[in-house]
Design a protein around this ligand. Structure first.
Ligand SMILES: [Zn+2]
Length: 156
C-alpha cells in the first residue's frame, strides 16, 4: 500500500493514488440547501440534530478512489430527480378525472443506486466500532469483497 493511501477505505484494491481527500459522507447533490437532519449516529443518538453538510465529511478515501466514486453521486442525483418527476406526474394525474393514461416510463440505474447505498454505508461506518461485512478484518473497515462491489469490480 502506498504510504499516502493510509486511511483510504478502498486501499485493498491496491491502486490508491494521491492524498487522502475530504469526502462528503452523503452526496452533496441530495441536499442543495446545505443542511441535513441526522439521528442515530454517536453524536445524535438521543435526538435528531440539524447540521451543515460540511460537518458531515471525512478524510476516508484517496483522491483517485474518491473521484472514481463520483459517478455514484451523479447517479443518485439523477435518481432523485426521476423520483420527483414521477411523483409530480402522479400528483397532476390524481387531480384529473380518470381516463386511459399514456404510460410514461421512468428509468433509474439500479446497479449504481445499490453501489451508492453501499458506499454511503461504508462512509458512515468507517472508523467506527462495527464490523463491515463478513470475515476477520478490523472493525470500521469494509471487507475486500464489499470494496470491490462498491467500485463495480464485483457484483452483490
Ligand atoms: Zn485509495
Amino acid at each position: 500500500m502506498d504510504a499516502t493511501a493510509k486511511g483510504c477505505w478502498a486501499a485493498s484494491l491496491g491502486d490508491c493514488e494521491g492524498k487522502i481527500s475530504r469526502e462528503h459522507l452523503v452526496s452533496q447533490a441530495l441536499f442543495p440547501d446545505g443542511n441535513i437532519t441526522v439521528s442515530g449516529l454517536h453524536w445524535c443518538k438521543d435526538e435528531p440534530k440539524t447540521v451543515g453538510l460540511a460537518a458531515l465529511t471525512g478524510k476516508i478515501l484517496c483522491q483517485k478512489h474518491n473521484s472514481e466514486l463520483s459517478e455514484l453521486d451523479d447517479n443518485i442525483k439523477r435518481a432523485f430527480e426521476t423520483f420527483d418527476e414521477s411523483m409530480q406526474l402522479f400528483h397532476v394525474r390524481t387531480k384529473l378525472r380518470s381516463r386511459r393514461w399514456t404510460i410514461k416510463t421512468f428509468t433509474i440505474d439500479g446497479a449504481l443506486l445499490e453501489r451508492w447505498f453501499l458506499k454511503t454505508l461504508i462512509n458512515f461506518s468507517h472508523g467506527g466500532q462495527w464490523i463491515i461485512g463478513e470475515g476477520s478484518h478490523p472493525p470500521g473497515l469494509p471487507n475486500d469483497e464489499l470494496v470491490k462491489i462498491a467500485f463495480g469490480k464485483a457484483a452483490f
